[in-house]
Design a binder for this molecule. Structure first.
Ligand code: ZN
Length: 694
């Protein structure tokens, strides 16, 4: 028995060196309990590397300081990337326990680096002399971003304030972890098991079989479970004739994080909002929103508010018209209730079916998951000259995960792609892109080798009954394209330095590659080739495509109200100064904001505060949920560049897109990158038109 701290010899070598197929980690040789020792060794090892850079007796140079920083932390990167990917996509109690322990440790670690005075002094010396260092544009940008990141992390604060800031960061990290674990617990605990055929009234076959599979997985074979996975709850609310069941499921869905007791996110949010305001004040910013927006394309809360207000007025007006249509239909059915939030999707689907002679069940037989994956791949191949090839024998961390390699036009491997498409209880809900390693050209002992990206898409599609094809909705297909757009941003990255690789761009720019890629889903050529009937193999009829196009602007008042209200509430929480943020009641605050902006009673926020993971599970999208809409302005305008040529695959436009947007990572200022692609900055006009809100 030894109580000595673990050393490198105690770390599972398969975390340290990846020699699985295609260079992936050998997942089958890594166990959950291995991560504890790996982090215990990797964190101090990284700090030792940092100290060596900081204490280097040689005068600071770009090479011995910035490049050295970029290259440091290899073991930590490897352990962390495997661990955090598992924590999202295949978690269990061992992982969750370590996650709770690690969250504050990682925050402390980040503080130890950003508040290292000797290190910052070297970075600062270089930054002040930046014009005389003879750096190329990319290196110059890395120096500038590094310096700013140190300053925003408190490098210039007095000792006492640095200590305060470090404590705040540590506490925020723990709170964020608790927040998301509470939401996950509420999501996986809930299943409304249905038994009688009456309970299934109105539900299409795909949903019935998805609910049967979900019940089976949760130990209720022979029953049908309504779970809170978006691919079940949303169609259930859309199709169930049973108003009582819709209400019950809706209430559970929107109450995530609001349970009393150990899973209550109320005190967590209240404390996070207060700590964020204090953090911003320490760093010299008026509010947390000012701090968060300082390094974005939007730059100020006023610019964000101006876009959100413009869209809010238009969305609310349209939602009012939509609500009137729904109320009319309810009256026609001889019912005398108002439109409740659990009625909206159900009656909207009926209005859509009547007005456009179109319903989801009619489209769904043409949307097979497998074909839609092929469609996303083929679109990327055609636009960017790549080839995506599956390796069916390569196994990742779960048997459901598929592994692909991506080749460039010369047949060289430029990326590995993992697709983890199906829902399971061990997976966080939602859909996302992440990576195991990022592209850069500092690999190898001399820094002269290329590291190719290993990128993953994680989705939550419901499995079909054995032998049946998985059919998805148009929204699901859009999500698939969206996340693959992010994946391409990571896989096509072509930069030298790791810190600006792929998706390491301003947060309100990062949704441009993903949202833009969604546009190709509805390109007629793509639909006719890949949207084929699962029984007959017939391509989707032109008339149906035309109906889809016509219905494309339907219910956009609803969609923009649920989004924009969430974004406005996010901004409001983070526009508080430390005094205003003391002792707030998150739900009362949210209600106050919603009443002030005139939230329609029939609609709820897309993400209510107590399960608003974008904003409270970490720092990611805090004061940043607006980014999707900001990127929406960009992507609507960016696709116009193709429309203006009359060719959705126009080669020169695609080449510019590849070069300036998908492969440039953070090597350029986002405004400059956009102008390089498009020749000018966009206005919201294309978005307003696309959403049919003009
Ligand atoms: Zn996205």
């Amino acid at each position: 028995m030894s109580s000595a701290a673990p050393t490198l010899a105690d770390v599972n070598p398969d975390i340290l060196t990846w020699d699985g197929p295609l260079g992936l980690p050998a997942f089958d040789k890594i166990e959950d309990r291995d991560f504890d020792a790996a982090f215990a060794v990797a964190l101090p090892a990284h700090l030792a590397e940092i100290d060596a850079i900081a204490d280097n007796p040689d005068a600071p140079s770009f090479e011995n300081t910035i490049v050295a920083l970029e290259r440091a932390g290899g073991l930590l990167d490897r352990a962390a990337s495997i661990f955090w990917n598992l924590s999202g996509a295949n978690t269990n109690e061992t992982i969750q326990k370590l996650e709770r322990k690690l969250a504050p440790e990682m925050a402390r670690h980040a503080s130890a680096i950003s508040m290292n005075r000797a290190l910052f002094s070297r970075v600062d010396t270089l930054y002040q002399a930046r014009d005389s260092l003879g750096l190329d544009a990319e290196a110059g940008r890395v120096l500038e971003l590094t310096w700013k990141s140190f300053v925003r992390s408190g490098a210039q604060l007095e000792d006492a304030d640095q200590k305060k800031l470090a404590a705040i960061n540590e506490r925020l990290a723990s709170l964020g972890t608790a927040f998301s674990q509470n939401v996950l617990a509420d999501e996986s605990a809930y299943a409304l098991a249905l038994e009688s055929p009456d309970d299934l009234a109105g539900l299409p076959e795909f949903l019935v079989s998805g609910m049967a599979a979900a019940a089976e997985e949760r130990g209720h074979p022979g029953k049908h479970a309504v779970t809170l996975s978006r691919s079940i709850i949303e169609p259930f609310l859309t199709f169930s004739d049973r108003r009582d069941l819709r209400e019950e499921a809706f209430r559970a869905w929107t109450a995530r994080g609001a349970g009393a007791g150990a899973r209550d996110n109320r005190p967590i949010v209240a404390e996070m909002v207060k700590l964020r305001a204090e953090k911003a004040a320490l760093l010299g910013y008026e509010t947390f929103a000012h701090l968060k927006l300082d390094n974005t394309m939007a730059k100020t809360p006023e610019n964000v508010r101006s876009l959100l207000d413009t869209m809010w007025d238009k969305a609310r007006k349209r939602a009012g018209e939509e609500a009137a249509d729904l109320a009319e239909l309810i009256a026609e059915e001889g019912r005398n209730h108002a439109v409740a939030p659990w009625d909206w999707r159900y009656y909207a689907e009926k209005v859509r079916a009547a007005r456009y002679d179109l319903n989801d069940s009619e489209i769904k037989p043409y949307l097979q998951l497998e074909k839609m994956i092929e469609a996303a791949f083929a679109t990327a191949e055609r636009l960017f000259g790549i080839t995506i090839r599956r390796h069916p024998d390569v196994r990742a961390y779960h048997p459901d995960v598929r592994v692909f390699e991506v080749l460039n036009a010369d047949g060289e491997r430029i990326a590995v792609f993992l697709g983890d498409y199906f829902a399971r209880a061990s997976k966080r809900s939602g859909a996302w892109m992440s990576s195991f390693q990022d592209q850069h050209r500092l690999a190898g002992d001399n820094g002269d080798g290329e590291q190719i990206p290993f990128v993953i898409n994680v989705m939550n599609f419901a499995k079909a009954a054995p032998g049946a094809p998985v059919l998805i909705t148009m929204d699901d297909a859009r999500t698939l394209f969206h996340e693959f757009g992010h994946a391409l941003h990571g896989m096509l990255s072509d930069v030298t330095y790791p810190s600006i690789s792929g998706t390491s761009v301003s947060r309100d720019f990062v949704e441009l590659p993903s949202q833009l890629f969604e546009h190709w889903l509805t390109v007629p050529d793509v639909l006719q080739t890949y949207a084929v009937h699962y029984e007959t193999g017939e391509p989707i009829p032109d008339a149906l495509v035309e109906k889809l196009r016509a219905a494309g602007k339907f219910n956009k008042g609803f969609a923009n109200v649920e989004f924009t209200s969430s974004a406005l509430v996010d901004m409001a929480f983070h526009a508080l100064d430390p005094d205003q943020s003391a002792d707030i009641d998150p739900q009362a605050f949210e209600a106050g904001v919603l009443s002030e902006i005139g939230m329609p009673e029939e609609i709820v926020m897309r993400h209510a505060t107590l399960h608003f993971a974008h904003v409270f599970s970490g720092d990611g999208y805090s004061a940043g949920y607006y980014s999707y809409m900001w990127s929406g302005v960009l992507d609507s305008d960016a696709f116009r560049a193709f429309e203006e040529t009359g060719d959705p695959f126009h080669p020169e436009t695609a080449a510019k897109l590849h070069r300036h947007i998908y492969s440039s990572g953070g090597s350029m200022d986002p405004e400059e990158a956009y102008i390089a692609y498009r020749g000018k900055l966009p206005t919201p006009d294309a978005l307003i038109e696309k959403e049919g809100l003009a």
